[in-house]
Every structure is written in C-alpha cells, then in structure tokens.
Design a protein around this ligand. Structure first.
Ligand code: F6R
Length: 598
C-alpha cells in the first residue's frame, strides 16, 4: 500500500517526481523518498513524514538528472523512519529499488543474504531486493533483476535503477504498475516515460498508458527512448498497445474544495448519471448471464462490500433472485460451492484490492466466470474479469470511498431491474434519483448537516440503524464516520438492537435511523423509539419528518434507489465531523486508499 513513481524524459526529474508523488500520497503517507540518476551517480532524499509537508524549495538541487524514482510509504515492515523509507540500496550502492506490496519470504532471503556477507540498514522487506540484484550483478542489470524477482514470494510491484545503466526496470506481480507515455509513438525520440502505481501520478503530463500484467517486466531505455515488455513466466517479449484513458488532470485535482472528500461527495451530482451510461446490449446480456448462472455470488471489501450486501437485498427485492455476498477476504473459504456454472460479481473502486484479486483467483481455479464493476480502467480486476463494467466515477482520491459507492449502487440497481426484465423502469428510476441527488447537494443542505455535526462532534460513540436495503447503508455509514472522524460508530439491522446493542445507549448518544418509504419504515421508526426512550438522540435520515426525530435530514423518496440518497447525507456528516475534530478526512490515520496487501 505504497505509491511508486518513475520518470525518464527531458525535464529535470526531481520536481516531476515530487509532483507525481504528491498525487499518490493517498496510497501511503508516513514517509517518502526519491532518487535520481545522473552521470552514473545516485542522488537520494528520503525521510519520514508526508511528501506534501516537504516544500519544493527544500528539494536539494543536488538531485540531478533526467531520470529517477519516488516512493510514498505506508509502513508494513518497520516503523516509519528515514532508514525504512524507500528507495533502498544494495551494499555497494549500485542498485536502487522502490517497492509496493509485501515480500512474504523476505526473512528467509535476508538470512541467506546475511550469510553471504550482505549488510542491511533497514527493517523493511524491500531492502532484500537490491541485495538480491547485487547478488546476480555479473549477469547484467536486466538478467539480475529477472533472477532476483524469481526468488521473491508475495504480491508486489517494484521499480529498479542501476548506477551503471540508463535503464529503468519495473516488475509487476500482484500490485499495480502502469506506464504513462508522453509524446506518443510518432515522435519517438522525444518520448517521456512515467511508471506509477496509479494514473493520477502522471495525468498532468499524459493520459496515454500501457498496462503491465502480472509476471511482466518493463525495461525503459533512456538513451534509446525505447520501451520493452517481457513476460517472466513465458520468458518472451510481449507487445503492448498505447491506450488513451480519457481522464484529465482536472478531475484529479481539488478544484477549489478544501478536501478531495468533499469534492468527491459533491461530484455525485454527475457521477451517478455517468454510471448509468452503459451500453444497453451489455446490460441485457449480463442480466441473461446472471439469470442463467447456477449460483451467483457478490464479493468486495469495505465500502464496496457494503454495496455488495445492498446488491444482495436489491436483487432479492427487485428481481426475486438470491445472490450471496461473501466478503472477499473470506471468499476462498467458500470454494466448495463453486462450479463452472457459478458467476462471481466482484465490486471494487480501484480494481487492485488484494483480497478481491485473491477471491477471483480462487474462483477462476474452479472455472467460475467473473463479472466486475470497477472504476479504474485497466486495473487488475478490470483485465482479469470475463465481463467488466466501468462505473465511470473518475479518479477517487480521498481514502474514504463516496462517489464510487453511489455509482456502484446505481449500476447494481440497474442490473437488478434488467434481470427482472424491467430495464427501462430501472433506468427511469435511477435517472430521477440522479436528478434528485443534484437538487440535494446544495450549500443549504450541506450547512444543515454541518449544524448537526457541530452538535455531536464531541461524542465518543454513534450508532446507525436501518433495515432491508438500508441495513447495508447503516454498516456503510459506520465505516464512513469511523474512518474519517475516528468516532466509534457501529451500524446495526434495526431488529438486532434489542439483542445487545441497546445496552450501549446513554443519554444523548447520537443514533442515525436510515429510513425509506418502504415496508420496513414503521419498524425502523419503532426501533428509533426504543433508542429514544433510553435517552438516545435520534437523527432521522428520511423522506418525511417524524416526532421521534431530534434532528431530521430530508432525503427524496426514490423507492428502491433509497440506499443511494440515504448514504449521501451521512457522507457529508462524516466529512464535517472529521473537520470539526481536526482530522484530515482525505488521509485517515492507519489507512490507505487501495489495499494491495492481504
Ligand atoms: C472505505 C473504503 C474502503 C474500500 C475498500 C475496498 O471508505 O474506501 O473500505 O472500500 O478498501 O476498496 P476497493 O473498492 O478499491 O476494492
């Protein structure tokens, strides 16, 4: 869960890497480092702390050269410190590596390397990689990297440099690594290359990309301005297409908002509509596949997992179909049920979450067909799926997922209607929902929620209840509040309250009741009464006011699309709770945007 960047071009590399790294800070932000290569010398600057706290003027002018690498770290092995920051070097300082992921057998390799006389400066798993390359140095840089990665177990992406070479080498095995190419094919001797864990790192420069697949190595030669891809398993070179991904740099900027989280919440005015913009034939053909599969499962993690659970309810209610949700980290334990007639629907914003990728790999072994809903085009999940839908939410930079979640909900709802043979009805409902979201997201609405946040931000505990379609949104509300404001929040199915959680209610404990105009409305309201009579402070998120509410947040009545409109005010509340408590909602402590480790 780190961000890595590489650059080769005509511009002085250090400032380019500095700017690119800042764009990847959401992936990890406890330390940073960068290194350039010039006249066969490495120039390195690394430290603990956030790259965005480093002033541009403080980048040493001694970072010379037109090629280099950068790294933003989220610690897994070894505390955040200068020594543990990347890049890491071998004993003689000839090879340098930045790395994202985990090397599972690093301890064993480290012991072997120590016995051979290598000495280590850090506690990281990464540091063994330059030492391994050093071990095979006599084979030349490319061959040495091949041999070194052949020894590694785990999921990772690395970028390596050699002091005596003008080549930059990247290897991908389970963690993302994407090549950006500026100036295209025609002007090949002016081409500039970027290597990064995610596209926003180089969107200021280009939106033309080449994707590495797992088990692939890329070799970029600065002198020849050439690029070569090699499959490490098949031991052969592979050709890649240059793909224009259609995102622009503005989409990945804050555009006047103080935080990405608020900007992305407000973007839901448009993103829900974009998610619905799908090819009708593809939707209908997927609906057929779902209808004809023998056993369909949803899988995802965190917020995407809550969307899956909502999908389970939506499919049951709208299409009379039972689809089981299994959280991805548990999915491999369910392999007994899988056959070649099973369909697995995987939902992921990033398309790079390790648990999701493991789940689909386990399923593929049983010849299960994989369908995915994903935001990042060309991500591992997008490419490994038999059928893939892009939710088109644009780059989501805040760690807390907001706009991706509502886009996923919209598309799942559309698919459920298609399975029920009511695609047009579903489309009409969702277009109306998108337009009502547009009306909701105005400054007055935000201020009303901010006022609520001002009343409750000092509380230590919050509870959220919902039933049916809104039970998963109660779970999702809890994730949103916890992760950005650090208030302990828990979501329950309304009916479960009396089986334990009621004991937690004290005078003034804020409890959110998520309500829709549906058949469970009265039950949720009576659950809210139960809480109120024990002293709880009831926040009703509902189309209509009710005497049980101490604070009412109005949402439109949109029938089966209620999870979309009910989660949005909680996203806004979570944001303001975080800001009032002095937390940066874009960078919650201990979390990273895409969880590329198990
Ligand atoms: C919470 C959040 C995480 C992600 C989870 C899965 O706001 O963002 O819970 O939802 O890590 O990520 P993706 O969707 O990229 O697979």
């Amino acid at each position: 869960m780190c961000g890595i960047v590489g650059y080769i071009g005509d511009t002085v590399a250090a400032p380019v890497i500095f700017e690119s790294l800042k764009k990847l800070e959401y992936r990890g932000y406890d330390s940073y480092g960068f290194a350039t290569l010039h006249n066969n010398d490495f120039f390195v600057k690394k430290d603990k702390g956030k790259i965005s706290d480093l002033e541009f003027e403080n980048i040493p002018e001694t970072l010379l050269g037109f090629m280099g690498v950068g790294h933003s770290r989220w610690a897994t092995h070894g505390i955040p410190s200068e020594e543990n920051s990347h890049p890491h070097l071998d004993c003689k300082g000839n090879f340098l590596v930045v790395h994202n992921g985990i090397i599972e057998n690093y301890q064993e390799l480290k012991n072997e390397l120590k016995q051979r006389g290598h000495s280590f400066r850090s506690d990281t798993d990464t540091e063994i990689i330059p030492h391994l390359i050093e071990n095979f140095a006599e084979l030349g840089f490319e061959e040495a990297v091949k041999k070194a990665v052949g020894k590694l177990k785990g999921r990772y992406a690395i970028v390596a440099l050699n002091r005596d070479s003008d080549k930059m080498i990247g290897v991908r095995r389970g963690s993302p690594l994407i090549v950006g190419v500026k100036n295209g094919v025609k002007d090949s001797d002016r081409r500039e290359f970027f290597l990064a864990s995610d596209i926003p790192a180089f969107l200021d420069h280009t939106n033309n990309v080449m994707y590495l697949d797992d088990e692939e190595m890329v070799v970029i030669d600065k002198n020849k301005r050439s690029i070569k891809f090699h499959n490490l398993e098949r031991k052969e070179d592979v050709e890649k297409r240059l793909i224009n991904i259609g995102w622009d740099a503005g989409q990945a900027e804050k555009n006047g908002f103080e935080h990405f989280m608020l900007k992305e919440i407000m973007e839901q005015k448009d993103t829900i509509m974009r998610a619905l913009n799908q090819d009708v034939k593809s939707i209908e053909s997927m609906a057929d596949k779902i209808n004809n599969a023998f056993g369909t499962f949803f899988t995802g993690c965190g917020t995407a997992g809550n969307v899956c659970l909502a999908g389970e309810y939506i499919f049951s209610k709208v299409a009379g179909k039972h689809i089981n949700f299994i959280v991805s980290s548990e999915f491999p334990n369910y392999h007994h049920f899988l056959t070649d007639k099973t369909l697995l629907i995987a939902i992921s914003q990033s398309g790079e979450t390790a648990d999701v990728l493991e789940a689909i790999e386990a399923a593929k072994k049983k010849r299960v067909k994989i369908m995915s809903l994903v935001n990042v085009m060309g991500s591992s999940l997008d490419r490994k799926s038999d059928y893939s839908f892009l939710i088109k939410a644009g780059p989501e930079k805040a760690v807390a997922s907001t706009k991706a979640a509502t886009s996923q909900l919209a598309l799942i709802t559309l698919l459920a209607y298609a399975c029920a043979g009511k695609l047009n009805e579903g489309r009409r409902l969702l277009i109306e929902t998108a337009s009502k979201v547009n009306d909701m997201l105005n400054p007055r609405y935000e201020k009303h929620i901010r006022r609520l946040a001002e009343k409750i931000y000092k509380k230590d505990n919050m509870y959220i209840i919902g039933r049916s379609l809104n039970y998963p949104m109660a779970l999702e509300s809890a994730i949103k509040i916890q992760e950005v404001s650090y208030i302990h929040a828990q979501g329950f199915a309304g009916g479960e309250l009396k089986h334990g959680p009621l004991a937690l209610i004290d005078k003034g404990t804020p409890c959110i009741a998520l309500i829709a105009e549906d058949e469970v409305k009265d039950d949720v309201i009576s659950n809210a009464m139960e809480i109120k009579s024990r002293g709880g402070y009831i926040i009703g998120v509902a189309p209509e006011n009710n005497e049980v509410f101490d604070y009412w947040i109005r949402v439109p009545d949109v029938g089966d699309a209620s999870p979309i409109v009910n989660i949005i005010p909680v996203q806004i509340l979570a944001y303001h709770l975080a800001v009032l408590r002095g937390c940066n909602p874009d960078y919650p402590k201990n979390l990273a945007k895409s969880v590329t480790v198990k």
